[in-house]
Design a protein around this ligand. Structure first.
Ligand code: SF4
Length: 489
């Protein structure tokens, strides 16, 4: 993940906040997927029970990951697949590169895969003149625009129809149009040609079943099916946490993942691949290679708290629900994993020193925890990472060398806050003083835009009210009201 810009998250976020088109697109995303998710959840009898089962399956797998990975590898090989183990991103890229060279492949297609984004496989292959063509429409748009994805499930969500039309005119040479059907027809015509020519197809993996050595890939466009069945060679990149014990466990995840992510009862296609094609005349690839990649996952596994990060099934629901993501989008996170789960995973993958701002990109409202189908306690993980940042104990990362320096003013503010609010008397006095200080900027019961410049003059409130209103401190604290209503107690 050396292409990360997570170090400049605050700057990236400020830029994103200035983009009204982006914010409009994100509002639609949150509303559309949020509503669809609720409707889809209602089609399952015991949603909470299903979440519990999913979490239990993931915990069992992670507790015995070595055993399930060995079983998966043995069964996949028995079915004709070849297994490769990659310690880190560089090794995973090397393996894919070697496989392509050995087959003298020059025409490569690829379906959407977060694991390949994580290791920047495209850039590694491009550097050797072997650029794969993305075949998921959103990913292809991003590839043409030379951008990074802004969402785990819908990578081009930040782009408007007009922007995509202009991109197609520029890159594909089509006539200007604003008709979606014309745009998608143009994309299909070109991508079909690429499928027909491809010698190798590269994909990710949603789940790997230890019991059978099967991999499952979910999608809606049919491009995964073509990527994994038309070329003679299929290379699948799979994070080691994607393994699950039994085939029947897929029933749980197939109910949870599409409903949580896009609000679908089921994705349009589910490709279950168990080894190579059985007979010469059958359809399917002659070779299947599965690259099992660690790339920092063992470190996460080693800590009882961070281990739950590996339960993520990449549904994207936490992004859609997050009030921070809804304002700034995915590219501001500077990582292939944006949103709440990105704020947890990225620092653990690339090192807290390179992503120290991300665990603070949250209001800790808990919306991500509420929607997560595998019940990952993201706020707890964020707090854990914040503590590691302050204490300099980032055990899960390689590049942490002592505490990340906080601003002197911030340090002082928290010292004063701790001092004042540890004492009931000082707490009440601080409230009285704050009530007097807030008087000038309060307008119509709010502090914000209506207050004009005054709101920005008060430093801590200034950062808050630059983008939204803040409620004023109540006229009476609970203690004051209690004393008033219960004199003598
Ligand atoms: S953390 Fe949970 S909600 Fe977020 S992408 Fe992963 S599984 Fe989905």
């Amino acid at each position: 993940m050396e292409h990360s810009t997570s170090e400049t998250f605050e700057l990236n976020a400020r830029r994103a906040l200035q983009d009204p088109q982006l914010r409009g697109a994100l509002r639609n995303l949150a509303n559309t997927f949020g509503e669809r998710r609720k409707l889809a959840m209602a089609t399952v009898d015991d949603w909470e029970g299903l979440r519990e089962r999913a979490r239990a399956i993931k915990e069992e797998t992670l507790a015995h990951l070595d055993k399930y990975l060995e079983a998966f590898a043995a069964n996949a090989e028995r079915a004709g697949a070849q297994i490769h183990w990659a310690h880190d991103a560089a090794e995973a890229c090397q393996i894919v590169l070697r496989l392509l060279r050995e087959r003298k492949a020059t025409r490569v297609v690829k379906s959407k895969s977060m694991a390949t984004e994580e290791i920047h496989l495209n850039a590694a292959l491009e550097a050797k003149g072997l650029a794969p063509i993305e075949t998921d429409l959103g990913e292809w748009i991003i590839q043409l625009a030379q951008e990074t994805p802004s969402h785990i499930v819908v990578p081009a969500i930040h782009k408007s129809k007009r922007q995509i039309a202009e991109l197609f005119v520029e890159k594909l040479g089509i006539e200007p149009t604003d008709e979606v059907a014309v745009l998608t027809r143009a994309a299909r015509r070109i991508l079909r040609q690429r499928f027909a020519e491809a010698q190798v197809g590269i994909s990710g993996v949603n789940f790997g079943v230890a019991e059978t050595g099967t991999i499952l890939i979910l999608e809606n466009e049919g491009n995964v099916r073509l990527t994994t069945s038309l070329p003679k060679t299929h290379i699948a990149l799979m994070g080691i946490e994607k393994v699950i014990p039994n085939f029947v466990d897929l029933d749980v995840f197939l109910k949870l993942l599409p409903r949580s992510g896009t609000g679908q009862r089921l994705t349009a296609y589910q490709s279950l691949i168990t080894g190579t094609k059985r007979r010469p005349r059958c359809e399917g690839p002659e070779e299947v290679h599965i690259v099992l990649m660690d790339n920092g996952r063992s470190r996460m596994l080693g800590h009882p708290l961070t281990r739950q990060s590996l339960a993520c099934i990449r549904c994207g629901a936490c992004l859609n629900a997050c009030p921070v993501y809804q304002q700034i989008g995915g590219q501001a996170y500077g990582s292939v994993y944006p949103g709440p789960i990105g704020a947890v995973i990225t620092p653990q993958l690339i090192g807290i020193g390179k992503a120290a701002q991300l665990p603070y990109a949250s209001s800790l409202c808990g919306a991500c925890r509420e929607v997560c189908p595998v019940k990952i306690d993201i706020p707890e993980l964020l707090l854990h990472l914040r503590a590691e940042i302050v204490q300099g104990t980032a055990s899960g990362t390689a590049d942490q060398k002592g505490p990340v320096k906080r601003k002197f003013t911030e340090h002082l503010a928290f010292r004063l806050y701790t001092f004042a609010w540890s004492s009931p008397v000082l707490y009440e006095w601080s409230m009285r003083i704050a009530r007097q200080l807030q008087r000038p900027p309060v307008r119509n019961g709010r502090i914000g835009k209506v207050s004009g410049l005054l709101a920005r003059l008060v430093p801590p409130l200034g950062a808050w009210t630059a983008w939204r209103d803040a409620p004023p401190i109540a006229a009476h604290t609970f203690r004051e009201q209690w004393r008033e209503q219960h004199p003598g107690q």
